[in-house]
Structure formats: C-alpha cells, structure tokens
Design a protein around this ligand. Structure first.
Ligand SMILES: *[C@@H]1O[C@H](CO)[C@@H](O)[C@H](O)[C@H]1NC(C)=O
Ligand SMILES: *[C@@H]1O[C@H](CO)[C@@H](O)[C@H](O)[C@H]1NC(C)=O
Length: 196
C-alpha cells in the first residue's frame, strides 16, 4: 500500500515536471521544442525597416580556353535548334566592370539549362556568391527564365543568405558582348533586392 502511494506520487511529480517544461518557452536544443512556434522579429534582428538595394555587375560566361568557368555537363538532344536539354555548370566571375580584369565582386555558381524547344531560352538556377566588403559570404539566389536573344531578361530573386536573409526582388540581364564562335559572353546584371 505504502509503495503504491509512493508510485502515485512519483507519477504525479513526473507529470508536473513535463507540464512545467513544455509550458516554458523552449529553445531549439530543448527536447520539448514543438516543431514550429511563432517568434519575435527582434530575435532575428529583422524588426528594422527593409532596405532596397541595387547591385550592378558583369557576369562572365567563359566557355573557351584552358580554364572555362562554364562547362557543359549534359549535351543537348539530337537535332535541336535551341540546344534543348543542354546543361552547363557555372562558376562564373562577377566583376564591377565589363572587363574580366576589373574588380572581382563574387561568383555566380549553379547551372543554366536549355529549357525551350522553340526559342533559345534557359532555366537559370544560380547563387550569386559575393566576396566584396560587408557582402562577403552572403548570397542571392536567382531562379528564372532567360530568353537569351531578348535585349533584357528578367529573373526573380527567390531568396538569399547572410545579409540577404528573407531577400526578394528581381534581376535584369542584358548581353554586353558575345563571341558567337566560342559562345563566350559578358552579361550586365542589375539586381534589385529587398533585404534587412
Ligand atoms: C536528325 O536530322 C537528320 C537530318 O535531317 C536526320 O537524318 C536524323 O534522322 C535526325 N535524327 C534524329 C534523332 O531525329
Ligand atoms: C571573405 O571572407 C573569407 C572567409 O571569411 C576570407 O577568407 C576572405 O579573405 C574574404 N575576402 C575578402 C575579399 O574580403
């Protein structure tokens, strides 16, 4: 009888501890974290007003030479006039000026893939990985449609990291120079992005 009382007491104690811990605000390391919870914007430092920034740089698609930055990893399907199916992996330099020798501000890492059978149109999936000043280590992610023959192509900014957490916006690409023989190209990018 005595031991049963003890067990009841022990069980009650255990129950109250569990109730107590789950009702206190838990950290992510806490076993009792509830998978999802609302939090204060201040905790992530995003209670400030959003900034709108304009970035301008040149994107170098280098296919030729000993050290190409853009490499075909999947060939196009046979007989396609639009290179449908082609996938190029890129680690393209981003520079302040149109010359490759001008200041390097980052790299565009990802791939582009020919996704249209009727026009020269690419799916662009790339992270703009910056190295310049306070943006060093921060990235902007672009995922969009690039109809390469158009004068200006617009692609969404779907997010970012570091200083670009919660980023959204768009990029406009305009071909500055292209060598039709090698395919090498320099493209001007203007990126408009909301971030904190
Ligand atoms: C590609 O085009 C050539 C010439 O028109 C034709 O002979 C060949 O069968 C085509 N190949 C495919 C896979 O459609
Ligand atoms: C960017 O950050 C990396 C890692 O912290 C550092 O090694 C590098 O020197 C920085 N680059 C510039 C241009 O500041």
């Amino acid at each position: 009888m005595h031991s049963q009382h003890f067990l009841t007491f022990f069980f009650f104690l255990l129950l109250s501890i569990t109730t107590l811990t789950s009702s206190t605000p838990s950290s992510q390391n806490d076993d009792t974290f509830d998978f999802a919870r609302p939090i204060d914007r201040k905790l992530l430092g995003i209670n400030k007003k959003e900034k709108l920034s304009h970035f301008k740089f040149y994107w170098h698609d280098i296919l030729s030479g000993k050290n190409p930055s853009s490499v075909m990893v999947v060939p196009p399907t046979l007989n396609s006039s639009t290179a449908f199916g082609l996938v190029n992996m890129i680690d393209n330099p981003l520079t302040l000026g149109p010359e490759l020798s001008s200041k390097l501000v980052g790299k565009a890492q990802g791939f582009y893939a020919s996704a249209s059978q009727v026009e020269l149109g690419f799916l662009m999936a790339m992270n703009l990985a910056f190295i310049e000043g306070k943006y060093n280590g921060s990235t902007i992610t672009i995922l969009g449609k690039n109809p390469a023959m158009n004068n200006v192509r617009e692609m969404p900014v779907v997010g970012g990291s570091g200083l670009f957490r919660f980023a959204r916006g768009y990029a406009q690409a305009h071909t500055h120079w292209i060598d039709l023989k090698s395919g090498d190209a320099v493209v001007e990018y203007n990126v408009y992005v909301f971030h904190y």
